[in-house]
Design a protein around this ligand. Structure first.
Ligand code: PEP
Length: 247
């Protein structure tokens, strides 16, 4: 399976930040993994133009379940494709928390994304209280079952395991905790979509940085990373791309 280093810029970046994309492309012309940046919607088309002919792919951070209509402020999967996106992040914990997104809504968005030809990166992960209560596997298993389309394939699905308490905090689970969840997800994904699950990239996300990327990428069933803060600077994200290329 081709591994994936995906960057989530969240609500960060104006035109000036596109210089980071050029720097990343120059420093890593032929990485041995897929490289994806998901900027704010305002930058997708410009970033996609800039990334043409490079190894960098561009994605959105959310999409609506409908293809068009009276949904002020929303963006459809078709619009993302039209802007040059190949992927879309769905069900990020910040969407689940800030916008109350449920598994059913994430599933509907994922169905729309696949229909439009996008690869859906579906995010799941437990809160700190859920981990402390010993409910991690129960929570991620339920989210996986509820938000992944049963007809998804290895060509259009990526799963990102992102413990909510590790996002943007500098804290990470132990390597054995990551290993336990990823092995569990591989098994559960097989129950959901069948044998295609073996080739679906399972990303870890939550405070991945150049200093911890290599050890995280050595964990079984970790096929890449979804990176927030460290994806904003070409030097940091490039170091993570290099670590994944070497894994
Ligand atoms: C994220 O936003 O998906 C994320 C993992 O953020 P960070 O790398 O900053 O923890």
């Amino acid at each position: 399976m081709r591994k994936l280093a995906a960057g989530n810029w969240k609500m960060n970046g104006t035109a000036a930040a596109l210089a980071e994309v050029s720097a990343l492309a120059q420093a890593h012309p032929a990485p041995r993994c897929d490289v994806l940046l998901c900027p704010p919607a305002t930058l997708i088309a410009r970033m996609a133009d800039l990334a043409k002919g490079t190894a960098i792919k561009v994605g959105g951070q959310d999409c609506h379940a409908k293809s068009s209509g009276a949904h002020t402020g929303d963006i459809s999967a078709e619009m993302l494709v039209d802007s040059g996106a190949s992927h879309v992040i769905l069900g990020h914990s910040e969407r689940r928390t800030d916008h109350g997104e449920t598994d059913a809504q994430v599933l509907a968005k994922a169905e729309a994304a696949l229909k439009a030809g996008l690869t859906a990166i579906i995010c799941i992960g437990e809160t700190e209280a859920e981990r402390d209560a010993g409910r991690t596997l129960d929570v991620v298993g339920t989210q996986l079952h509820g938000s992944v389309p049963a007809h998804a394939t290895a060509a259009n699905l990526v799963i990102a395991y992102e413990p909510v308490w590790a996002i943007g905090t500098g804290r990470t689970p132990t390597l054995s905790e990551i290993a336990e969840v990823h092995a569990f997800l591989r098994t559960r994904l097989t129950a959901r979509i069948g044998s295609a699950a073996a080739d679906v990239p399972l990303l870890y996300g939550g405070s991945v940085k150049p200093s911890n990327a290599t050890e995280i990428f050595a964990v079984p069933h970790v096929d890449g990373a979804l990176v927030g803060g460290a994806s904003l600077k070409a030097a940091d994200f490039g170091a993570i791309v290099a670590a994944l290329s070497a894994a």
